[in-house]
Design a protein around this ligand. Structure first.
Ligand code: 6PG
Length: 257
């Protein structure tokens, strides 16, 4: 069973194997980033799919050797709720991963979701970490070393929901996303310009519930009707060999496994 999506597709027979394959990819990227640039800028998604993967990174001795001391951890998107809310992505990422690894506390960059201008503040934090000028002029987005994305059944990724305003953001790196097309509560999200500037993007999708969405994306790509307004994940199109889909057999619709 193969799927033609926006980038190469890796299919593992089960979620457990998939987490190992993804962890190996992440480890390689981390090692290279630290070797070449001395730092590893990692951006992680929330949602339910990656949580067991984060736990695996903590518990499996092979991945405890990741160069966390040199890592900066960014959040792909979050809900505008206090950090102790069950719906907070950074809460889940801290509890499943960041609280248990050897990362500097100040290198865990929560989105300032409760502030008036979370997008501007988070961009400023990115600029500081990437040592870009502090002025407000639009600049080329920084290249995050590794971005882990998920996908909803409606083909949203990050908090880029079908037909929602943040899809049209062409300059800012971070946007608030709200309105009738956004599943509440309001969100703060990385935008296409920032995501598409990444050095590596992995899209993790597991479970049979996402299988029909992947088929819909495949069909839209094949007949040329794929459109980021309807299928936001198809707007993630970095140049070159940057992106890879990581699917388990259930998501891929491969029921023989
Ligand atoms: C979030 C995410 C979001 C997620 C998809 C898939 O906060 O919800 O960052 O983009 O990846 O909604 O969510 P599940 O993994 O829960 O299916």
């Amino acid at each position: 069973m193969s799927l033609q999506l926006t980038a190469p597709v890796h299919i593992a027979p089960n979620a457990d194997q998939l987490y190992d394959d993804l962890a190996a990819d992440l480890s390689r990227a981390a090692t290279e980033a630290v070797r070449d640039r001395g730092l590893f800028h990692l951006a992680l998604s929330g949602g339910s799919t990656p949580e067991p993967f984060y736990t695996r990174l903590v518990l499996d001795p092979r991945y405890r050797l990741l160069p966390w001391q040199a890592a900066h951890l960014w959040i792909v998107d979050d809900r505008r709720v206090p950090e102790d809310d069950q719906k907070s992505n950074v809460r889940m990422i801290r509890e499943s991963l960041a609280d248990h690894i050897d990362i500097k506390k100040r290198h865990v960059h929560a989105m300032p979701v409760m502030e008036d201008d979370p997008a501007g503040l988070y961009e400023a934090e990115l600029r500081r970490a990437f040592e870009q000028g502090a002025d407000d002029a639009p600049q080329r987005p920084p290249a995050l070393d590794y971005v882990l994305l998920g996908m909803g059944e409606d083909a949203h990724t990050a908090s880029l929901f079908p037909n929602s305003p943040a899809l049209d953001e062409a300059e800012r790196w971070i946007a608030v996303n709200d309105g009738p097309h956004v599943t509440p509560p309001d969100r703060v999200t990385m935008t296409y310009p920032l995501l598409n500037a990444a050095r590596r993007i992995a899209v993790l999708v597991t479970g049979s519930k996402k299988s029909a969405t992947l088929r819909r994306i495949e069909a839209a790509l094949a007949d040329g009707s794929a459109d980021k307004s309807a299928l936001p994940i198809t707007g993630v199109q970095p140049c070159g060999d940057v992106m890879k889909w990581f699917l388990d057999a259930e998501a891929a619709g491969d029921t023989d496994n």
